[in-house]
Design a protein around this ligand. Sequence first.
Ligand code: FAD
Ligand code: SF4
Length: 328
Amino acid sequence: MLTLPAFEWLRPANLDDALAHLANHAAESLVVAGGTDAVPNLKHRLHEPRWIVHLGRLDELRFVRESEGALSIGPLVTLSAIARHEGIRRDFPSLARAASLVASPQIRNMGTLGGNLCLDTRCTYYNQTYFWRDALGFCLKKDGVRCHVVPQGRRCVAAHSSDVSPVLISLDASVDISNARGSRTVPVDEFFVGDGVHNNVLVPGELVTRVTIPAASRGLRAAYQKLRPRAAIDFPMLSVAFAARVSDGGCEHARLVVSALGAKPRRIGGLDALVKGRPLDDALGEALAEAAYRQCRPLTNVAYDDAYRHEMVPVFVRRAVREAGGIA
Ligand SMILES: Cc1cc2nc3c(=O)[nH]c(=O)nc-3n(C[C@H](O)[C@H](O)[C@H](O)COP(=O)(O)OP(=O)(O)OC[C@H]3O[C@@H](n4cnc5c(N)ncnc54)[C@H](O)[C@@H]3O)c2cc1C
Ligand code: SF4
């Protein structure tokens, strides 16, 4: 049986107390929201903190609000609350869908938006017990010096595995980040970095305090498609988020994000020239599928064949475009 390591348990009563603790002890602390990813990782000794800082009492981070058309969601809102929220289902159906496809009902009831956004990257050589990793000599993400996926590489290429983040990028969402000294806002598109050791811009002592979808993203034709081994409970081995502004003159602009392949979601480039003025139909789906296939390079970072995942990229892009276009 895998047991938890010893730690001190902290449940700050408000955000200021949480940030004050992190200002002095960030390096020795692990923030936990729903705990659905952090707890298994603790059991695998992937984190060895002195303090667990549980955010559960921070009611100020649990809200869904509309203001001047923009939608703000607190990081402690659970995935099941997002999946069933009437306004989100109506205005941002791809977000509700992505949340509804995470793991299983029990995990969605505990798992939060903030935890999903800040989810640790995953890799065959990392999400293992201490004993297993020790036998292999560890790897550069934790306790070792070598990457087993790209042995000559200097950067970890573990897979970004959050379902909700690619959709937030496709909807041009931003994230508010706070520490004891103040706050900053970062587009979700710039929140992730291409290093699987720590694949986001949060620095020690910072917390995600809000996610905002701008009013301008209302009315987009949007979709989310996910490839996973078991529909009942599995991380994505490939995910595709798509959103387009369509008017009588055809597509005005579009965003296509492919994820679960490398350490950060990949926004497919050169889309505006491809979609401008064209109807959202199968021909456009084919053009986008080809562009995505050319730009994506899956690695052997998760336990599924990289060539198969590559071949599935155009299939899932076509499906996403069909879903967004309402094509049966
Ligand atoms: C069997 C299984 C299957 C899963 N399948 C999926 C899946 O299909 N798709 C998917 O996306 N995820 C999946 N997950 C991972 C996880 O359950 C979800 O991503 C969930 O949303 C994580 O939220 P949480 O609140 O439980 O995060 P936690 O486990 O509490 O935290 C996760 C990370 O986020 C950080 N964090 C949490 N909140 C904040 C904050 N406000 N500010 C800064 N950092 C913060 C924590 O420090 C930690 O590093 C799965 C997990 C399991 C165990
Ligand atoms: S990609 Fe390489 S460094 Fe990163 S977790 Fe996997 S084996 Fe370790």
